[in-house]
Design a protein around this ligand. Structure first.
Ligand SMILES: NC(=O)c1ccc[n+]([C@@H]2O[C@H](COP(=O)([O-])OP(=O)(O)OC[C@H]3O[C@@H](n4cnc5c(N)ncnc54)[C@H](OP(=O)(O)O)[C@@H]3O)[C@@H](O)[C@H]2O)c1
Length: 484
């Protein structure tokens, strides 16, 4: 049963970059779904802003096309779409210019929540923040939503925090990491902190290791030149995988309160050890299957940027000392699959002769596809053949558990935008958290740049480079199979 939808307050949401890819694919279709669900009050408005000289009609048509393309057909309703489009406006604005800002101020209403989504290149974040303030469009209650990437290293992230802080307080800044908006990711907190079952075992004494995998089948074709400036470490590990690691490793916050949760996550990042060079494997996908490899897609034959990374992290605190966290993410892998797997240690003593049949207990949290959880348990093999053991999954698929309601689970962006309007920052990154994550990542990146490390080639459709397998094998462990 999906929980009751409680409408948020009436709002004016301005989407800078309202004509861009992210707005078309995620933000606008997501808002439509919240409108249909009754969570977006009908008096609310969404105002697109970009340089293009569009009429409101033309922008509405663009939003209509985005809904037609990115909302499942059975969720499209003509009357609802018309009512939603009636709530859409548009202002032509150059983030770096002066035109358009007064027009924007004129359409903003007093006494409703004002939110500004910066869905533009990060180089424009500072310009927009400054002009919103200078033109009196934002006030002390307004919220700004900032997209990723938040900096490309500690220095640039710090500079961006300083720029935003000149015009907005931390309580007004919502730094998006859309992984935190995923239903299963939040469920991770519910599983840990609403059940007594796992918490006593949730420590190095009982957990052998943790694997976090985010595997994609797509390459970087079409955006290779852009991707080549970042790579998997900056694009995925410093933010998304780090956030997942924090949610697994953090201490119970005293309350499910934004700062209490973020304080605990920050402590985890600060407790991370530096990663040794021999505990990192970087890869680039090779040509194959009639498609070019990474260097062709990035249009950079000399590229040393990684499209795959695997690394072993240690957290130096009482709870986790001695339990490695293995992270891996990559493009062009054998399946699109994201999961967290927590592998428990073996019982201290086996009373059964069938030692061969024994397998570890593993709690698998699947983020995509088929969101759900799986607990691998040992049971007796059925039948009269003596006391033989076998492993079976206790499987909880959200789709099965929730039935038709599963389709009403909001997508990450839908949930996060509604949280912005509600003024709830729990699922957004705080400035010090982002900086701490860069402070951990920077020396790792500087290390391979100084050594001139080259990523290892891997076949498209594989599980990644050979050396990544060795990273586990030499510890007597194995990666879980990457599969949908
Ligand atoms: N696309 C994704 O899946 C995705 C995923 C995660 C994060 N992000 C982040 O989201 C942000 C937007 O990405 P995107 O893919 O949507 O980019 P995009 O498709 O290139 O769109 C950029 C938008 O910004 C507008 N714009 C550009 N320069 C402007 C200026 N000087 N003043 C006002 N508006 C300007 C563009 O419209 P005009 O040219 O008409 O001004 C367009 O609407 C970026 O920070 C990106 O890193 C995107």
């Amino acid at each position: 049963m999906v929980s009751r939808v409680i409408p948020v307050e009436v709002f004016d949401l301005v989407i800078f970059g309202g004509t861009g890819d992210l707005a078309r694919r995620k933000i606008l279709p997501g808002l439509y779904r919240r409108f249909v669900a009754g969570q977006m009050p009908p008096d609310s408005r969404i105002i697109g802003a970009a340089r293009a000289d569009l009429t409101e009609e033309a922008f509405r048509a663009l939003v209509g096309e985005a809904i037609a393309e990115f909302v499942p057909p059975d969720r499209q309703d003509k009357a609802a779409i018309a009512a939603f489009l009636a709530r859409i406006g548009y202002v032509s604005i150059d983030a770096k210019g002066t035109a358009g800002w007064d027009a924007l101020r004129a359409v903003m209403r007093a006494d409703v929540v004002r939110a500004f989504y910066f869905s533009v290149a990060p180089a424009l974040f500072g310009d927009i923040a400054e002009r919103l303030h200078a033109h009196g469009i934002a006030d002390g209650q307004s919220r700004i939503v900032v997209e990723k990437p938040f900096g490309r290293d500690l220095a640039s992230a710090r500079a961006l925090n300083v720029t935003l802080a000149q015009h907005f307080s931390e309580a007004q800044i919502y730094r998006i990491d859309h992984y935190l908006g995923k239903e299963t990711v939040q469920n991770l907190m519910a599983v840990r902190f609403a059940n007594i079952l796992f918490e006593p075992l949730w420590k190095a004494e009982y957990i052998d290791h943790v694997q976090i995998t985010v595997a994609e089948t797509v390459g970087v074709e079409g955006r290779g030149a852009y991707y080549d400036k970042s790579g998997a470490m900056r694009d995925m590990v410093q933010n998304h995988l780090m956030q997942l690691l924090c949610l697994i490793a953090m201490e119970p916050p005293y309350h499910f309160d934004p700062d209490a949760v973020r304080d605990e996550k920050l402590k985890v990042i600060r407790a991370l050890d530096p990663v040794r060079p021999e505990d990192i494997v970087r890869g680039q996908y090779l040509p194959g299957g009639g498609q070019g490899g990474y260097v062709e897609h990035s249009e950079n034959p000399q590229s040393r940027t990684e499209s795959y990374i695997a690394l072993k992290c240690h957290i130096s605190n009482w709870r986790w000392k001695g339990t490695p966290f293995y992270l891996r993410t990559g493009k062009r892998l054998r399946a699109r699959a994201s999961e967290i797997a927590i592998t428990f240690k073996e019982p201290p003593h086996s009373i059964f002769d069938d030692a061969k049949g024994w397998r570890e207990n593993v709690l698998v949290i699947r983020l995509q596809p088929n969101e759900g959880m799986n607990l691998m348990m040992m049971i007796k093999e059925p039948g009269p053949g003596g006391m033989r053991l076998m492993q079976v999954p206790l499987d909880m698929s959200f789709a099965d558990a929730l039935g038709a309601d599963a389709e009403d689970i909001p997508d990450a962006y839908e949930r996060l935008v509604m949280d912005v309007i509600r003024g709830n920052q729990t699922l957004f990154m705080r400035g010090d958290e982002v900086e701490a994550a860069w402070a951990w990542a920077d020396p790792i990146i500087a290390g391979w740049e100084a050594r001139g490390d080259r990523p290892q080639g891997y076949d498209p459709g594989s599980s990644g480079p050979e050396d990544a397998l060795m990273l586990m094998h030499r510890d007597g462990r194995r990666w879980r199979e990457i599969r949908e």
